[in-house]
Write a protein that binds this ligand. Sequence first.
Ligand code: SAM
Length: 280
Amino acid sequence: MPDMENALYVVATPIGNLGDITLRALETLRGVDLVACEDTRHVRHLLDHHGIKVPTIAVHQHNENEAAEKLIRLLGEGKRVALVSDAGTPGVSDPGARTVAAVRAAGFRVIPLPGPSAAIAAMSASGLVDRRFLFVGFLPAKVVARRTAIAELAAVDAALVFYEAPHRVMETVADLVAGLGSPREIVIARELTKLFEQIERMPLAAAPAWLAADANHQRGEFVLVVSAPPPREGVDAETERVLAALLADLPVKQAARLAAEITGQPKNALYARALQLKGD
Ligand code: SAM
């Protein structure tokens, strides 16, 4: 690419299938002076597959600050640098964010090249129709911290997207069942884009038995997507408090509209409740 800028290119790479790389990512990897990556051998495999010969430099969790300084020096010399992680999108449950922050702070342009990410791939094939999803990534490895994190997520009105390693998937799923309640569903997406890809949707409570039914079900890389909690009946206590406070000074219609804006709850439900409160 002759018109490539002196910048840091943040390049998404495949999460399994080496064909999942964009034309622009290939052009960019071919055109840069250096590829900064987590594991140089891993990225070499990808580059060799596409016949790309470019020097690499390791940037991982333990040397990220130091490596960022080096990249900034190279950018200062007018070099074009790509940043990739082992798989998917850098900065998504992967190192990269600190490098990007440092490079931006040093005044260089950071150019994203979007592409694969396991969370988005899993969401896209989940068939869940929830309006919103929250990307949680990895839960804490320690039991108490993990259960606390799950408890904090229980009331979030969105589908929840988790990453999990095979050796912890059984315990994490058991904790999700205990912490998130039974009317929810789960989509277990393992080995996305790879030979043994499997995407199974089931009631959350059925997931431990499904995982235990076959040792293969516990192998590989996992994205777990849990559907949003069922809609709550009526208006919750916090919304009701806001509505009541507004009603003290405003007409019903205006109070309902403002309460909807403040709380994000549907205006019609708030209007109906406001009428009841006024009647009381
Ligand atoms: N940066 C990556 C992304 O954009 O998806 C995520 C990297 S994170 C260190 C690795 C985790 O992502 C795995 O433990 C797994 O939870 C998930 N993951 C990555 N590749 C996957 C795949 N092919 N199938 C299912 N999950 C995958």
